[in-house]
Design a binder for this molecule. Structure first.
Ligand code: HEM
Ligand SMILES: NC(=O)CCn1cnc2ccccc21
Length: 290
């Protein structure tokens, strides 16, 4: 399968910055969502899940076709709860319906990371809406009840190495798990809407206890009320992953650098960008004094 980015000569950076600002202002405005966490974390998850269906073996899935908009994909149990992110973006799509769904979902995730004081994520437009027939089957997104070998194999399908895998999972500094969505709960402690390296600091510094939760799933809990999935905890069980966790816990700048490149790679998996395709780095609201 080949997906070529469509170059749209009529649209320049300020067109996309306008959409970025609309999303950023709406995140700022609707701050009460999910116990005042806000919409940032779930917008990041929507961009990740619409990209995480990618399979390098046949270059299928991924963000290009915007197929999350079809029932088959949005009703995947792995996508429970993401409807809230899609509903958040609906009015913005109606106002700027010249943008493709794939570009909107990924732009929303980039905006959410940057507005949470995370790193700048370079972004390229050109995804093209594909028909429902192109929707990938359910089951391509990862299952949290697994260890390091599963995590390594899963990320390999997305062309990610150990360093990229650890960096990407660092996005679990944002938001929280919800029983009704995934059968995991917590953290009772501070769920965050700021993008930091805390996920790695917590992994190394907290005492973790494997517990069976009320849904019958196993998760690691800490005295401070933090939680980790088994796939999170795997990052300190595996020697190669552990080395990288320590680096990112001690050097937030190196985490930010690796996250930015890995997240752009994740959001662009499966897309061929022609020579001269534009790449944008958006300004935050703060940088524009908005
Ligand atoms: C092995 C890989 C991964 C597994 C098994 C996993 C699993 C999960 C689960 C079970 C939740 C809770 C969903 C809910 O109950 O609402 C969650 C939330 C989240 N995930 Fe992951 N995840 C993985 C990788 C990633 C990656 C690569 C990113 C982004 C780069 C990411 C970003 C997020 C965010 C931001 C949330 C919070 C959403 C919210 O607060 O509503 N995750 N993840
Ligand atoms: N600070 C916390 O205990 C929550 C961090 N956290 C750990 N694994 C997660 C998975 C999804 C969202 C937040 C997560």
């Amino acid at each position: 399968i080949v997906h070529i980015a469509a170059l749209n000569k009529d649209r320049k950076i300020d067109d996309y910055q306008r959409i970025y600002n609309k999303i950023a202002e709406k995140i700022r405005e609707e701050d009460e969502y999910d116990g005042y966490i806000g919409y940032g974390p779930i917008l990041v998850r929507l961009g990740w899940h619409s990209s995480g269906t990618y399979d390098k073996t046949n270059n299928s899935g991924g963000s290009y076709g915007g197929t999350y908009r079809f029932k088959l994909e949005s009703s995947d149990p792995s996508n429970n709860g993401l409807q809230n992110a899609a509903k958040f973006l609906d009015p913005i799509y109606k106002e700027f319906n010249w943008i493709s769904h794939g570009d909107l979902y990924t732009l929303g995730a980039v905006c959410a990371v940057q507005e949470a004081q995370g790193p700048k994520i370079p972004w390229r437009p050109g995804r093209v809406d594909l028909p429902e027939t192109e929707t990938p089957a359910n089951g391509r997104l990862p299952d949290a009840n697994n260890g390091a070998d599963y995590v390594r194999n899963f990320y390999a399908r997305l062309r990610m190495n150990d360093r990229e895998a650890v960096a990407l999972t660092g996005a679990h500094c944002l938001g929280r798990t919800h029983y009704k969505n995934s059968g995991f709960d917590g953290p009772w402690g501070a769920a965050s809407n700021s993008f930091t390296n805390e996920f790695f600091v917590n992994l190394l510094n907290e005492q973790w206890k494997l517990e069976k939760n009320k849904s019958g799933n196993y998760q690691y809990d800490s005295p401070k009320g933090y939680m980790m999935l088994k796939t999170d905890y795997a990052l300190i069980q595996d020697p190669s992953y552990l080395k990288i966790v320590k680096e990112f816990a001690n050097d937030e700048a190196s985490f930010f650098k690796e996250f930015a490149s890995s997240f752009q790679k994740l959001l662009e998996n499966g897309i061929d960008y022609p020579k001269g395709a534009p790449q944008y780095i958006f300004k935050t609201l703060d940088e524009q004094d908005i």
